[in-house]
Design a protein around this ligand. Structure first.
Ligand code: PFF
Length: 521
């Protein structure tokens, strides 16, 4: 660490738990989860979902907390340095490139969706989103709002206000990051998470007390809505894709496998609890996902619109934007609840998007000895470039979908696998178990360590191979027909190359400093 940098620390235990939970609770809980569950067998989805939570999500989450604190107390905060500390080898730092690339790329499109949320909330405030009961008008509003009709549509004359919102959201994220882990992220999450619970509960109570609003459609009731979402379609259990979607959802939702938790937990002290904190933040995320996300979005839509066209559900992030405005239009005090809903999504998204920036900032500071303003400026430029790419190539949201699939699904699986192997085979489960339980307020069963060493890598490999087998062929064919899709892949590849070069240079600096020569035990 450069002499001019002060080591960062979390202020309190509840602060770090809320920050990790803040990263986890986001658009994935309210938009991606209900869409995924409805598409993959409703109640039947929950079986692979909970198995993935217990077998993959929680163990990997504990592993990330453990690896992060271990390396953090030895002076490392960024993934390339942390991985080298765990497995002192010339190659390990390059695996860390993925833990920088993934959050960075996800930020590039996530911040756009975050700005949609704020934009929709503001449109409810001004009354511009009360377009009556014609479902097509909301569809048209969404298409024009996100510029899905043509590339470059958002840069047209009339969209100044929207670009201003995006700019404001972007700057707000960087202001939080600039203030640091404790004063920025922790302070914000300590306020935002309770606010989220209150907003979520208010909307939930509203939805669950809607009864049967349309006497012409007696089947469109709260119970009917819950049945639509949760009735198990058992045959889906035999479908490989259901298992794939369930484990993908667990990773995305818990923010596990992104290299974020390793970074967050590297700011803990030697005796801070890991076991209970990991469990608490994950449980909090599951509460938001299953109890709020699962009971609001689709049941609400069903009550007013009936069974939704699966085509609508397909684009998981856009579901809430396209269908729910119909619901608010028909609901008493709909304008107010519309505002509340999109504002809640916006707050949930902010606590997640700041967590994507922090690992990159940590790397720039640690790898190049940069000060906060220099690293924030470089990251600002880099992410603005990527965000501009997604913003410009907005036709049918192809660029956004491409980055989400290749980085948010494929590379994510790969990094989760790398981290499981690093923990189980390089760091070692004996050391892992000991580290996890120092200062712990909870005893994690020993079997979790064996799961991490054997079950998780095998499970992930099987899913990953299946993933490639079932999806990659079709995807590659589709990509080759769309120039923007090809450009997106090219963009990811260039960025990966760039990050690897940065990691290489940082590695040379660390070697010259003799950083990993005598690792204290
Ligand atoms: N876990 C967040 C959600 O459910 O919306 C998404 C997320 C956060 C993805 C942080 C990636 C990330 F690095």
């Amino acid at each position: 660490m450069a002499a001019n940098q002060v080591r960062e620390h979390w202020g309190s235990r509840i602060g770090v738990i809320l920050a990790v939970a803040g990263s986890a609770v986001g658009l994935g809980n309210f938009l991606r989860f209900p869409g995924n569950a409805a598409q993959n067998g409703g109640g039947a989805f929950m079986l692979p979902y909970f198995i993935s939570l217990l077998v993959l999500g929680l163990p990997l989450c504990w592993a990330e907390w453990t690896m992060g604190r271990y390396a953090g107390t030895r002076g490392c905060n960024s993934a390339p340095a942390i991985y080298t500390m765990l497995w002192p080898n010339r190659l390990s730092k390059y695996f860390g490139s993925l833990a920088i690339l993934i959050p960075l790329v996800i930020y590039m499109y996530y911040v756009l969706i975050e700005a949609w949320c704020l934009g929709y909330a503001l449109n409810y405030l001004t009354g511009d989103l009360m377009l009556g009961s014609d479902a097509d008008s909301y569809q048209a509003f969404f298409v024009s709002f996100v510029g899905a009709e043509a590339d470059g549509a958002l840069l047209a004359e009339g969209n100044r206000r929207w670009l201003l919102i995006l700019f404001g959201v972007f700057v707000f994220n960087f202001a939080l990051i600039y203030r640091g882990v404790n004063k920025g992220i922790e302070t914000f999450c300590k306020v935002a998470m309770p606010v989220l619970i209150v907003l979520g509960l208010v909307v939930l109570v509203r939805v669950l007390t809607l009864g049967t609003p349309d006497p012409n459609h007696p089947e469109r009731s709260v119970i009917g809505g819950l049945g639509y979402m949760w009735n198990p379609q058992a045959e889906k259990l035999w479908d490989f894709e259901t298992w794939l979607a369930a484990s993908g959802q667990i990773f995305f939702s818990l923010s596990v496998g992104f290299g974020i938790i390793v970074n967050y937990s590297s700011y803990l002290s030697r005796e801070d609890d890991l076991a209970l904190s990991g469990l608490t933040s994950s449980s909090m995320n599951e509460f938001f996902e299953v109890c709020l996300g699962g009971l609001i979005t689709l049941p609400a839509a069903f009550i007013f619109l009936g069974a939704i066209d699966p085509e609508m559900v397909q684009s998981s992030f856009s579901l809430g934007f396209q269908t729910l405005p119909n619901v608010f239009a028909m609901m008493p005090a709909g304008r107010f609840f519309g505002f509340l809903w999109f504002f809640m999504l916006f707050v949930a998204a902010i606590t997640s998007s700041v967590s994507m920036l922090q690992p990159v900032i940590a790397f720039l500071e640690e790898g190049f000895g940069l000060r906060r303003h220099a690293s924030a400026a470089i990251l600002g430029l880099l992410s603005a470039l990527g965000c501009g790419f997604v913003l410009y190539f907005s036709e049918n949201l192809v660029a956004l979908d491409m980055l989400d699939f290749w980085v948010g699904s494929v590379l994510l699986f790969l990094l989760a696998l790398i981290q499981a192997v690093l923990y189980g085979w390089a760091f070692g489960i004996e050391r892992g178990d000991e580290e996890l339980h120092r200062g712990a307020h909870l005893r994690v069963p020993r079997v979790v360590q064996y799961m991490l060493k054997y079950v998780v890598p095998v499970y992930l490999t099987v899913i990953f191979v299946g993933f490639c087998y079932f999806n990659v062929g079709d995807k590659a064919r589709a990509i080759s027909q769309k120039p923007v899709a090809m450009a997106s892949i090219f963009f990811i590849a260039i960025l990966l190359g760039f990050v690897m070069i940065l990691v290489h240079i940082a590695g040379r600096r660390w070697e010259a400093e003799g950083r990993f020569d005598n690792i204290p035990d």
